[in-house]
Design a protein. Structure first.
Length: 253
């Protein structure tokens, strides 16, 4: 990798006391042995209807996987049954727990065959994004979200080095915009990601201004070959990141 990237497996495991201090990352590399019938039954009617509206089965399963992971993890931390969780869409569609008062922030990302969910009680804003490391971003697309400084950096890179850097730019910006709740209604090319070669840290310049001091931007590589970006805003100080692989029901297909 050509930006600081840690192995997800090297993070400490999620605590069993459900405190969710710091940032907990739950991930699920689901496969053909997943019991989709049991997962569908566990979802709320609105989610089942949404899944049924997809034309392709792969897209429907990716949607169900994300929603099932989100509800399962939220149920784990809140003690509220999956079906009773009241998840509402805020501004620009960012999900939140209706009426929740324990300060939980969370965010979901999923792609074909993989879903990741971040949750915290310490972060005041939290976003996560994931893509397969093999994802190819076309030059025309890159010009739409890269800053001038990033484009200059990319111009001297070739092949896998360029693609890895470009993918990192994309998912880091997406995780930050999801954390702020603006999504891609904001202009990603006005964000500039830079690598601090002395500390090996990821920094983000938020043009035309803004303080990055309370933000934590991290990249993790999952054992499945997926790249995960997390952006979290803390009230001050460091945030401890933990991880846990999600165990889902399996059965015959």
């Amino acid at each position: 990798m050509f930006l600081p990237c840690d192995s997800l497996s090297d993070l400490p495991g999620v605590r069993v006391d459900r405190v969710a201090s710091g940032v907990d990352i739950w991930w699920w590399a689901y496969g053909p042995d997943t019991d989709w019938t049991r997962i569908s039954v566990a979802l709320v009617p609105d989610d089942r209807a949404r899944a049924a509206s997809f034309h392709f089965e792969k897209a429907a399963r990716a949607f169900m996987a994300g929603r099932y992971l989100q509800r399962s993890v939220l149920s784990f931390y809140t003690g509220v049954p999956i079906a009773d969780l009241d998840i509402v869409a805020g501004l620009h569609g960012k999900p939140a727990l209706a009426g929740q008062s324990d300060g939980i922030t969370f965010n979901l990302s999923n792609t074909q065959g993989f879903a990741a969910f971040a949750i915290s009680r310490d972060a005041v804003a939290l976003g996560i994004d994931v893509e397969a490391l093999t994802t190819v971003i076309e030059p025309g697309t890159a010009s739409l979200f890269c800053s001038a400084a990033e484009s200059e950096m990319l111009s001297v890179l070739r092949g896998p080095a360029r693609q890895s850097r470009l993918l990192s730019y994309w998912i880091l910006k997406e995780s930050y915009l999801k954390a702020t709740g603006t999504g891609l209604t904001a202009a990603p090319e006005q964000l500039n990601i830079r690598l601090d070669h002395q500390t090996n840290a990821i920094r983000m310049d938020k043009m035309p201004g803004g303080d990055d001091a309370l933000w934590h931007h991290r990249l993790f590589l999952a054992p499945s070959g997926h790249l995960i970006a997390v952006s979290a805003q803390s009230g001050g100080g460091e945030l401890l990141f933990r991880q846990r692989e999600f165990a889902a029901p399996v059965g015959r297909q």
